[in-house]
Design a protein around this ligand. Structure first.
Ligand SMILES: [Ca+2]
Ligand SMILES: [Ca+2]
Length: 283
């Protein structure tokens, strides 16, 4: 194992919810035949993604798109013959689990006190993987990229939600939430200070913002402790790759859900998501 996964949970462990109300967003394309360590084993009818053979990656995983032989005759022939560490990789499959959150901690940490109609508090559910010293992450494949076909399942949130990849926004439940965020080479940078105390959109999710071109994201706000069966996470692969460049540059991969509230019991709710990712590490 060359990568270490650990959870950064804002929710109190005792508040982690289990039960039939909690859905799990699962990858549509699960190429790993071994079942991951899924302790929740959700068997909700209708929440299982269809096994669509057309969602299989069309590229042979052994064909290593990152391997670039020095075919350019103008390149210096006297240099080392194989300088690209990613010319030979090993693929590891990780099950990413973003546990559910509920109930804002008003006035604690970075949270503001409760106030009706304003974005006052958040709860974060995050996973981070770090390469060991000297290890090079060559490629990451995440199901929510349009390059991988997306992931579908039962999922819900209340009042609003933002999903980030390497601290760059992949989607937000309302466009107004990203309006004050800045951008850099990796994408739109998440910034709680720019988001806090804005007017709470109370959006349905039908007008959600996603990075890049609309690739087919489908999210909807839910009642607390409920999830909606047909959620689809699907983000423009160009923007996913842009955010993943941070991982290739820094050896760290982080994904986080941020759920928001204004003043109600049950705010800062999201029902939890789970999916598999593949990581190519240089041999
Ligand atoms: Ca309220
Ligand atoms: Ca609320």
């Amino acid at each position: 194992m060359t990568l270490v996964a650990f959870l950064l949970l804002a929710c109190e462990p005792g508040k982690a919810m289990t039960g039939p109300h909690i859905g799990a967003l699962e990858a549509q394309d699960t190429t790993d035949s071994d079942p991951p360590e899924d302790t929740e084993n959700n068997d909700e009818p209708g929440s299982e993604p269809p096994s669509d053979p057309s969602s299989e990656p069309s590229s042979d995983p052994s064909s290593e798109p990152t391997a670039e032989p020095a075919s350019d005759p103008s390149s210096e022939p006297s240099n080392e013959p194989s300088a690209d560490p990613c010319s030979s990789v090993s693929t590891e499959v990780f099950t990413v689990s973003l546990p559910p959150t509920v109930e804002c901690d008003w006035g604690q940490g970075q949270n503001l006190s409760s106030q009706n109609g304003r974005i006052r508090a958040f709860k974060e559910s995050a996973v981070q993987l770090s390469a060991e010293s000297g290890e090079q992450i060559c490629e990451v494949r995440v199901p929510f990229s349009s390059d991988q076909g997306g992931g579908s399942g039962a999922w819900g949130y209340d009042d609003e939600i933002v999903f980030t990849l390497n601290n760059r926004v992949m989607f937000a439940s309302d466009p107004s939430m990203v309006g004050d965020f800045s951008s850099d080479a990796y994408g739109v940078v998440y910034d709680w200070d720019a988001l806090s105390n804005l007017s709470m959109p109370f959006s349905s999710g039908a007008n959600a913002w996603s990075a890049g071109s609309d690739a087919g994201l489908y999210i909807r706000a839910a009642e607390v402790n409920e999830s909606l069966p047909s959620t689809t996470w699907l983000i423009d692969g160009v923007e996913v790759d842009r955010a993943l460049q941070y991982t290739y540059d820094n050896g760290v991969l982080r994904m986080a859900l941020h759920a928001y509230g204004d003043n109600d019991n049950g705010d800062c709710y999201q029902s939890g998501a789970q999916f598999n990712i593949e990581i190519d590490v240089a041999n």
